[in-house]
Design a protein around this ligand. Structure first.
Ligand SMILES: [Zn+2]
Length: 268
């Protein structure tokens, strides 16, 4: 299912809906309207029907470049095969993923393709190799799983890094974007308010974790039982990984001490 979200940006929805991927992964076809080629961001899962839908959304234009926001399977599983199919370089921050002819993303130097410029924004947090892309022509950011179209994203210990995540949110906010093209969910038009909301949500959660420790909780499971009391217990294991990500940040900041090999935590 493909849908024009701006004159430059077409969203192709992948058929992989789930609680974490919402309606599915958003694959984007990006080009200046008069360009003879296109950029594809996040080819998505390995799914033949989806790959064909992305090619057809390119409307006869060659794919000049394939970009990855990060290498989680819902974004990247089909990326190598898609890049090979269309004969385009594949660029990603993650080591071992980029093809030799792809532009590097780590320096943040703008990438020119399909008649426009995309600026890589390394944004670790959700994943260490996460990279957003700024489309200056629209003051828009392709946010991958850094900011979603609805709800909040997952920052799970040990793959995710909460301190890096907050810094990366501030980086996107400080660009003063006017719209966000998320990896899942609908187009975001209140971009700055959305990112501020994400920052506030994490600050609230951190305060709750500190309050739980002050009230005597010592293990991540005890903190979860208190902080996520209203949440379905089936989600508590996932919540525990998020609490551990908060605790790791607090330990690094010297505000919490860890003992028993990182299984018990105390206020400092
Ligand atoms: Zn995702």
């Amino acid at each position: 299912m493909s849908e024009a979200w701006s004159p430059r940006v077409t969203r192709v929805l992948a058929p992989n809906p789930s609680p974490l991927t919402l309606e599915g992964t958003n694959t984007y076809v990006v080009a200046e309207p008069d360009a003879g080629s296109a950029v594809v961001i996040d080819p998505g899962p390995a799914d033949e029907g989806h790959a064909l839908a992305v090619v057809s959304a390119c409307a006869g234009r060659d794919v000049e470049l394939v970009l990855l926001t990060h290498t989680h399977v819902d974004h990247a599983e089909g990326a190598r095969a898609f890049a090979e199919r269309v004969g385009a370089p594949l660029a990603a921050l993650a080591p071992g993923w980029a093809t030799p002819d792809a532009p590097g993303l780590a320096t943040g130097d703008p990438v020119a393709a399909a008649g426009l410029e995309l600026r890589p924004l390394p944004t670790p947090g959700h994943a260490a190799d996460h990279c957003c892309f700024l489309l200056a022509a629209e003051r828009a950011v392709f946010t991958g799983d850094h900011v979603l179209g609805r709800g909040t994203t997952v920052v799970e210990w040990p793959g995710g890094d909460m301190a890096a995540y907050l810094t990366s949110l501030e980086l996107v906010r400080d660009l003063r974007p006017e719209r966000l093209y998320p990896g899942h969910g609908p187009l975001v038009l209140d971009a700055i308010a959305r990112v501020e909301g994400y920052l506030a949500h994490r600050r609230d959660r951190e305060a709750q974790v500190l309050a739980a420790l002050a009230a005597g909780d010592r293990t991540p499971a005890e903190v979860v039982a208190r902080v996520y009391a209203e949440v379905d217990p089936a989600l508590h294991p996932a919540a525990e990984l998020s609490v551990r990500a908060h605790l790791a940040k607090l330990v690094r900041e010297g505000r919490v001490a860890a003992t028993d090999g990182g299984e018990r935590f105390h206020p400092v």
